[in-house]
Design a protein around this ligand. Structure first.
Ligand code: CS2
Length: 498
């Protein structure tokens, strides 16, 4: 092979052929990609899937079980699929913490489909008996659920469309239902939800069953008999790509990878061992198969995601653009630790698990300056995330008559963020959350802070229908007043009881 200059190579796009030009030291697929089967359909071809489930599958493929090539499906944008197609579906994952990094090229994704343009192929793929696993990362809002009840949102326009046009579905549930309907009988399928929801598999089962009952009288029975929906807890911090992350990956690879993912070294996947048919040996990548995932889910959703959301709103209001920036500010970092401790008090340890050590590791992960994990990214979709991450802990604490000073302040910060849409410096914040307008309207039309707190807690779509205690509303009102008068800094530096 002719040596090529680093500059020329950097402009060459990653592809099967260009693999030969990738720098030494970069790991590459340890199996023959041309012989891969198509055993998995994945819905939601974002960075998280590519840096998480796809890597566990990569490890199973490297063990020689070549059934598990992934057909990646995008539901909302053709961009990732187009990028991957131009690279023979190869992409890189770079794990980074501080100065240390490790880069590999992943070969597990073998095809990509954009559902609105390739609906028939998507449905055929889910119906194919050679596919025995469907995984999904479509974000919390991608399941058309009402966050406070986890029931089907019948007002969701995609659901209404799909119930009227079951053969032309647009929603995750509609597409799954159409694929399952077409599967031959006796071809077991496991659908593994990999989004951050408590009891995510059970929730998806409920939503799918509700949708099926309304769309096809035979479908609920088939789902009951032939489809397994194991719960799973997924964990890896994977910021959205940026020009800087793509440039970094290209420098490390020696070729240009427009689908490169840069993420943290930590990864965890705990899966309920309840599959209907064959599955990849994800244990090869370190997955833990267990009988009960719920304690792991509660621990992760509250301690990692719950603290993340608090840092996101504190960061948006206080002008901290990334999680590492929050951790570098003593008052903001102390606030994050306080929120984590408030949530820690509500978490029961999974059997044999050292939760305090987990908390210490989390804080170390949050300090990772090599990742630009933006608070604006984590702040999105709060009306879906907060009912999962904070409200169960808050509800349990209220029932036990316990105040959670840091968590309650975080809640006030989120409401203040929605109410004003501005940072402490007056910068306009881009709020990306389809459910936010209704809550923000209530907050903005309230006569005073006490009314705003009551209005928010009374917003059943997020806070549920069970009334919240008046003392909580009073504390929230005081925090809202402090935020309005003195900004987020006032709450960050406030001692636990005041
Ligand atoms: C984050 C998660 O964006 C968010 O809401 O809290 O994506 C988080 O980084 C992952 O769940 C970590 O496993």
């Amino acid at each position: 092979m002719q040596p090529i200059s680093a500059t020329a190579a950097r402009h060459q796009r990653l592809s099967q052929e260009a693999l030969l030009k990738v720098r030494a030291g970069v790991e590459r697929p340890r199996y023959d990609r041309s012989g891969l089967g198509r055993g998995i359909v994945h819905l939601g071809l974002g960075a998280f899937h590519r840096a998480h489930q796809a890597l566990y599958t990569e490890a199973a493929l490297a063990q020689g079980d070549t059934r598990w090539g992934i057909i990646g499906v995008s539901l909302r944008s053709p961009a990732t699929g187009n990028t991957l197609q131009a690279q023979d579906h190869l992409y890189s994952v770079t794990e980074r913490h501080g100065d240390a990094s490790h880069t590999r090229i992943v070969g597990a994704v073998v095809a990509s489909l954009y559902a609105p343009q390739a609906l028939k192929q998507v449905i055929d793929a889910i119906a194919d008996p050679a596919v025995s696993v469907v995984t999904s990362t479509v974000t919390e809002k991608g399941y058309s659920q009402l966050p406070s009840t986890t029931g089907l949102d019948l007002g969701d326009e995609n659901i209404r469309h799909d119930l009227a046009n079951p053969e032309r579905p647009r929603s995750t549930l509609g597409i799954l239902a159409a694929g399952i309907r077409r599967r031959p009988r006796g071809a077991p399928l496991s659908v593994v939800c990999c989004d951050n929801m408590a009891g995510n598999g059970d929730t998806l089962r409920r939503l799918l069953a509700q949708f099926a009952e309304l769309s096809d009288p035979n479908l609920p029975r088939r789902i009951e008999d032939e489809i397994a929906l194991p719960n799973s807890m997924v964990d890896r911090i994977v910021p959205a790509a940026s020009t800087a992350s793509l440039d970094l990956a290209s420098r490390l690879l020696g070729v240009r990878d427009e689908a490169a993912v840069v993420c943290e070294p930590f990864t965890q996947w705990v899966i309920e061992d309840r599959f209907a048919g064959p599955r990849p040996a994800w244990e090869a990548g370190g997955a833990l198969l267990t009988t009960d995932v719920r304690p792991y889910q509660a621990m992760k959703l509250r301690l990692l995601n719950g603290t993340h959301s608090a840092m996101a709103y504190a960061g948006q209001l206080g002008g901290f653009s990334s999680i590492a920036d929050v951790m570098a500010n003593p008052a903001a970092a102390a606030f994050a630790r306080g929120v984590m401790q408030d949530l820690r008090a509500t978490v029961a340890a999974p059997p044999g698990y050292d939760v305090d050590r987990y908390c210490r590791e989390l804080l170390h992960r949050f300090e990772n300056t090599a990742l630009a994990h933006l608070t604006a990214q984590i702040a999105t979709d709060g009306t879906q995330k907060i009912p999962v991450r904070w409200l169960p802990a808050l509800r349990e604490s209220c029932s036990a008559g316990v105040e959670r000073p840091f968590l309650e302040r975080a809640l006030a910060m989120w409401l203040h963020y929605l109410r004003t849409g501005r940072s402490d410096c007056g910068e306009v914040l881009a709020i990306s959350d389809p459910g936010a307008a209704a809550l923000a309207d209530r907050l903005r039309s309230a006569g005073c802070d006490a009314d705003a707190a009551r209005q928010a807690l009374g917003h059943a779509a997020v806070f549920g229908t069970t009334p919240w205690p008046a003392p909580l509303a009073a504390r929230l009102a005081a925090y809202l007043a402090a935020l309005a008068n003195r900004g987020a800094a006032a709450l960050l530096s406030m001692p636990p009881r005041q």
